[in-house]
Every structure is written in C-alpha cells, then in structure tokens.
Design a protein. Structure first.
Lengths: 114, 112
C-alpha cells in the first residue's frame, strides 16, 4: 500500500535545541498531518496542512512549533526551542482528500529531549 | 475533554473467540468512524471504517456495529488470531474535516 516515510526514526537532543522532523508523504496526497503519541497511548492531533497553509492546529501545537512543505518536498515539523515535555513519538500522515479519507501514517520519529 | 472514549483499556481473549472493543463519542457532528490497528514500533494503519448513515460494516472477520442514537460503536473481531494482538484505536471526524480525533486505544492480546 501507499507509504509515508519519516526521517529520522530516532532523535535525541538537548533541551533548548532545535529539531526538524521530516516526512515524505504519499506522492499524490494533498493533505498532511502531524500527531503526537506518548508511551503508545492516545494519538493527539497537532496540526493539518493543505495547499501550503495550516488548516487547523490544536492546543498542543505550541508557538515553538512550525510546519512547512517547501516546493513539494518533505513535510517538516520544526520545534525551536525544544522542551522536556516534547519527548514523544511524532507521526506524520497524509491523505488524498480532506473529508472521510484514509489517513496513511508513517512509522514515527521517536524524539527524546534530555 | 475526551471526545472519543474507548473501553476496555486492555483485553485478552483466547484464540478463536470474538473480541469486542467499544467506543463512544460526544460530538454529534462526527460522521466518519475509522478503526486503526497499531503494532509496536509502527504507525497506525486503517483496519475498517463506517459512515454514520450505516449501522453495520463487515470486512472479513472484522465488523463494526454503530448506534447513532446512543453515540456508540463497537468493533467485533471474530475467530481471533495471535496476529491480531495489537492496539486498536477508534477515531472520528466530521465529514468535511480531515482531522481525526482518536480514542485512548484498546490493547488486545490473543492467547493461543
């Protein structure tokens, strides 16, 4: 089936540093998402993105977070500066449409902030 | 505020039995309900989904029962297999929004 690739799979950084998580979505998909998961528990919506713009963001999407997809390349989540509570697994997803469409998830990036 | 709730948090059944996973929601605007299956170290993958215009959806051993009036749905996994051991997430969205709201998940273990 369609694959979403996330790079890197693991990232360890010191608190206060900047980190960029990269996502290569399914090639013809138009909608992109980031979710946060802690300890294999609930998937928490962070943000969705369409046509070069943020459509909606949750309370978890702090001011230190930003997303972009320059020139149709990677869809990125940048955190600057990082905090201890940002430690989690971050999942990228993409979908063809914005309604009742299947979201395809990557395998996640495990971020550890020390 | 937990918009989508799942129960139980964990469930163990014997191989061959039917596993029943429950989900409820609060927002009446939700009309699309997918169930995602997640194995350790992987991202969630769509298992089966239902729209609120239906009360039942079957796909092989997997069946969703949906009760719009009570805002409840359940996933039945018939003839459970050890390979079904995973965490199952109920999710919901309004039709015109791509954002999925996930429940807390049910960790299912199948005993051989």
């Amino acid at each position: 089936g369609p694959k979403v690739l996330q790079i890197p799979s693991h990232q360890i950084i010191d608190m206060g540093q900047m980190v960029t998580l990269n996502c290569d979505p399914v090639s013809n998909h138009l909608y992109f998402y980031w979710y946060k998961q802690i300890l294999g528990q609930q998937m928490e919506f962070l943000v969705n993105f369409y046509n070069g713009k943020v459509m909606e963001k949750s309370k978890l999407f702090k001011d230190q977070f930003s997303v972009e997809r320059p020139d149709g390349s990677y869809f990125t989540l940048k955190i600057q500066p990082t905090a201890l509570e940002d430690s989690a697994v971050y999942f990228c997803a993409s979908s063809l449409g914005g309604g009742a469409e299947t979201l395809y998830f990557g395998s996640g990036t495990r971020l550890t902030v020390l | 505020q937990q918009q989508v709730r799942q129960s139980p948090q964990s469930l163990t059944v014997w191989e061959g039995e039917t596993a029943i996973l429950n989900c409820s929601y609060e927002n009446s605007a939700f009309d699309y309900f997918p169930w995602y299956q997640q194995f350790p170290g992987e991202g969630p993958a769509l298992l089966i989904s239902i729209l609120s215009v239906s009360d039942k959806k079957e796909d092989g051993r997997f069946t969703i029962f949906f009760n719009k009036r009570e805002k409840k749905l359940s996933l039945h996994i018939a003839d459970s297999q050890p390979g079904d051991s995973a965490t199952y997430f109920c999710a919901a969205s309004a039709y015109n929004q791509g954002k999925l709201i996930f429940g807390q998940g049910t960790k299912l273990s199948i005993k051989p």
